[in-house]
Design a protein around this ligand. Structure first.
Ligand code: SF4
Length: 245
């Protein structure tokens, strides 16, 4: 199996690499990631159940690994509480990236309730642009995307090239189910967002998160009533210059 950054960048056969990686356990995959990318690896998490399972494994393997979150300024109080609990539990300081614009500046410059009028612009300002800062100088980022979360995520590979941010994107739980994730959380008594106990399945910003419309589609509570299903971090890259400024 290829193990060096140079090999990966110069001659990567993603299909073959992914086939080999599919056979690994989560711990083995993360160990491979740490060997391959070293200190250039970062986990970017919004404290969803998948992110917490990955973080728990990472902390057992190498508690020095970089962990970053993006604070859109519109998170639920329960999410901030979970963030604090995670930092206490693992004795880590999670790096936080803020959007360039405060919510007040965004309102002044781009209009009120942007998440209602132009949610793609809002996500671009508060998630997609900050993500560029979150992964700056890194060679790979770890995300919690799973294939069973939605149709648009059904083909998620374990490893791919993220052309938007120019680094590798690792989805170590791509082949886990929602039940797998929750089994692990319960078995290891891991913290999770208290909103899940109220029926929320996928939790993002408070303006754009509702109870799911159906139990099967866990992301059906996000941007309800719109065609939008993704904030933009997990969609094919567009040049930054093509995005609204
Ligand atoms: S999820 Fe909603 S509030 Fe959050 S950045 Fe996107 S549009 Fe804005």
């Amino acid at each position: 199996m290829m193990t060096s950054m140079r090999l990966l960048r110069s001659n990567v056969d993603y299909a073959s690499l992914n086939r080999q990686l599919e056979a690994l356990s989560l711990s083995e995959f993360l160990q491979w990631s740490l060997v391959t990318f070293g200190e250039k690896l970062v986990q970017v998490t919004s404290f969803g159940p998948t992110g917490i399972v990955i973080l728990d494994h990472l902390m057992k393997i190498n508690p020095q690994v970089a962990v970053t979150t993006i604070d859109t300024g519109f998170l639920f109080p329960e999410t901030y509480a979970l963030w604090e609990e995670i930092e206490r539990r693992y004795k880590i300081n999670i790096t936080v990236i803020h959007p360039q614009l405060t919510p007040q500046e965004q309102e002044r410059q781009l209009g009120p309730a942007l998440w209602q009028l132009e949610p793609d612009v809002c996500c671009h300002e508060r998630k997609v642009k900050p993500m560029a800062v979150a992964v700056e100088g890194r060679h790979a980022w770890i995300t919690g995307v799973r294939r069973d979360q939605s149709n648009s995520r059904a083909q998620t590979p374990l490893v791919t090239w993220d052309g938007r941010y120019n680094l590798f994107k690792l989805s170590p739980l791509a082949n886990w189910s929602r039940d797998d994730v929750w089994r692990y959380i319960r078995a290891h008594n891991l913290p999770y967002n208290a909103l899940h106990d109220q029926g929320y399945a996928s939790i993002g910003c408070l303006h754009c998160t509702r109870l799911p419309m159906n139990a099967v589609d866990e992301r059906s509570g996000r941007w309800q009533g719109r065609m939008k299903t993704e904030c933009g971090l997990h969609m094919p890259a567009r040049p930054f210059t093509a995005c609204p400024e």
